[in-house]
Design a protein around this ligand. Sequence first.
Ligand code: LER
Ligand code: MN
Length: 272
Amino acid sequence: MKYAFCNEFCVGWSLEDAMHLARDLGYDGVEVAPFTIADDVRDVPLSRRQELRAEAERCGIQLIGLHWLLVKPEGLHLTTPDREVRRKTRDYFEALIAFCADLGGDRMVIGSPKNRNVLPGTTYEEAFSRARELFVSLLDLAEERGVNLCLEPLAPNETNFISSVREGVKMCRAVDHPRFRLHLDVKAMCGEEGNRPLDEIIKDSDGFAAHVHVNDANRNGPGWGDTDYEPIKRGLAAIGYDDYLSVEVFDFTPGPEAIAGKSLEFLKSIWS
Ligand code: LER
Ligand code: MN
């Protein structure tokens, strides 16, 4: 496995400082939340992108890609009936693909639970078909720039759209393109309805999974709670996943050094 962390817990830090922490602790990569760089990535000049990529190369860290894609700018939505909002959302996705590739990244996690919810007055089927159409329209650019679009199923406590790995696989099949993949998030799989073992849920993603967020059901880092990683290890081995495990947490209070340090120690104890 390769190891990364998501940079948003480095609150107030430059991306350079986050990369230095990753290097010092023994990580391989850093995953970037674009809102930590700019409210709108179209405002980040190519010179700054090149500077960040050069620093990553200097310290032997890969900027692996992006997540929390639609936090900013405000007002974007994937499944709204409002065509103009969907057009703006699509345009922003294109800007994100370019930003991701400019940083040297090869994956984008499509999570953003609030920006994809099925809104009142819309059926699930309508939302599905709008999201599918939007995703399909991005594939040529994703292919050209070498970026995988990885849909992140999130549990019903976060969103009412694509709230299980099985639903995510349905969208992957409907889009049917090698650049449209699935992302697995541990706390989201723990929150799926049906209380199924995690190795079984992971096996449902066979052939589609291209990236993984590691955390605990309690939304802290991996190893910071009771989530058993043995079934996760079994499931990922069963589908042949050996790419990045990226630490993503939601309580930033322990601080970057503690979150990143203790999480990596735990991951290495499991995947040693
Ligand atoms: C949200 O819960 C999440 O897991 C993030 O990866 C959203 O992009
Ligand atoms: Mn996640």
